[in-house]
Design a binder for this molecule. Structure first.
Ligand code: SF4
Length: 360
């Protein structure tokens, strides 16, 4: 089965393509009741898992591999999930930390977290053929950073210093920007003109933490300005709201996602802040049996970069361990899609037609 069934014709959106390629079938959807211990149940949160930016970024790599052939270089993890990265690496994607590691003239994909102008410049010097899979919602924050810096504002970027996204956004206006991660750090901020300060945030922060930091900034710089619409993205917000709505009904919240996934870590924090025990797990192998001993109700969700196949794996593990019924709790609908980057649209347009497959 081709990874991208839409090639070379219409783009149809990739989450299903990614899952189809791993043979997740409708019968895997955990909506039924299987035999389990009385009273033990699973609450499966919705929305969960892949966001539009992650779907797009994975599609970009898959389409590039299909269209141009391996190897395709990818700067940093395309999304912060080990399963996804390993899968794409097996298919011919080569993940590098720095642009210097990409051979001159080769094709390179920028990850969903975006890059700084310095990286773009280096790519140009090395005559790399760039495909930009930066999430459009990250690009929005870059555009705001450039705008505020040009208008002479000192910029406060709220986020985690070691995250790829912050590195990229900071690079848009490094001389004008300071990163803060906590309310305490706001107190030590020094700027040339306290009446000319703007703030931006990482897209995957905790809504509550960001709110507290913004309050502290407003107290310190009463004339501070911010983005027209919040930078924390819809997917981060929706997954946090879902946990907030359901955590009080559960004895345990399991968040499927990798350790370096910011939005996944925030889901664990949201649950723990509501006094419901929560753990971040890459897959079912990370579940410790003792976590389940006292639990009657387990809520399951997934960060924006975690594929549904890993959620199914966790559900199946819970089934095998006495949790028979699954109730999917849809807290709000989510139906966002992003178009593909122009480099990929052009590549699809000129790709030779593939023979139709029977039953397609
Ligand atoms: S989590 Fe939000 S900002 Fe990050 S890729 Fe997904 S939609 Fe884009």
């Amino acid at each position: 089965m081709p990874l991208v069934s839409a090639l070379p014709g219409q783009y149809t959106g990739g989450v299903t393509d990614f899952e189809k390629s791993r043979a997740v079938s409708a019968s895997d959807t955990p909506s039924a009741t299987t035999s389990g211990e009385p009273g033990r149940k699973i609450l499966l949160l919705k929305p969960r898992g892949f966001c539009a930016g992650v779907v797009r970024a994975i599609d970009v790599v898959q389409i590039a591999l299909e269209t141009f052939g391996a190897p395709i270089y990818v700067r940093r993890e395309i999304v912060h999930n080990r399963f996804v990265v390993n899968d794409l690496a097996e298919k011919g994607a080569i993940f590098v930390h720095d642009i210097d590691e990409v051979p001159e003239g080769a094709r390179v994909i920028y990850s969903a977290h975006g890059v700084s102008p310095a990286v773009r410049e280096k790519s140009k010097e090395r005559k790399l053929r760039v495909i930009d899979a930066t999430c459009p919602l990250v690009t929005k924050v870059h555009v705001e950073a450039v705008k505020f810096a040009r208008q002479g504002y000192s910029l406060v970027l709220i986020g985690h210093r070691d995250h790829d996204e912050i590195e990229g956004t900071l690079g848009e206006a490094p001389d004008a920007t300071q990163v803060v991660s906590t309310v305490e750090e706001v107190e030590t901020l020094q700027v040339p003109d306290p009446d000319r300060v703007a703030y931006l945030t990482q897209t995957t922060l905790s809504l509550d933490e960001a709110r507290d930091i913004i309050h502290a900034l407003k107290a310190k710089f009463p004339k501070i300005v911010g983005p027209h619409s919040q930078d924390i993205c819809y997917a981060t917000e929706n997954r946090q709201v879902a946990v907030k709505n359901v955590a009080h009904q559960a004895d345990l919240v399991l968040v499927v996602g990798s350790n370096n996934s910011s939005n996944s870590n925030r889901l664990v924090e949201v649950s723990r802040n509501l006094n419901t025990v929560a753990y971040l797990i890459d897959d079912s192998e990370k579940i410790r049996p003792e976590w389940l001993e006292q639990a009657q109700t387990v809520a399951v969700t997934a960060g924006a970069s975690a594929p549904e196949i890993l959620v199914q794996d966790v559900i199946n593990y819970l089934h095998r361990n006495g949790f028979g019924s699954v109730e999917e709790v849809e807290v709000m609908p989510e139906n966002v899609r992003f178009g593909l980057p122009p480099e990929i649209v052009r590549a699809i347009a000129v790709a030779p037609a593939q023979p139709a497959t029977a039953g397609a």
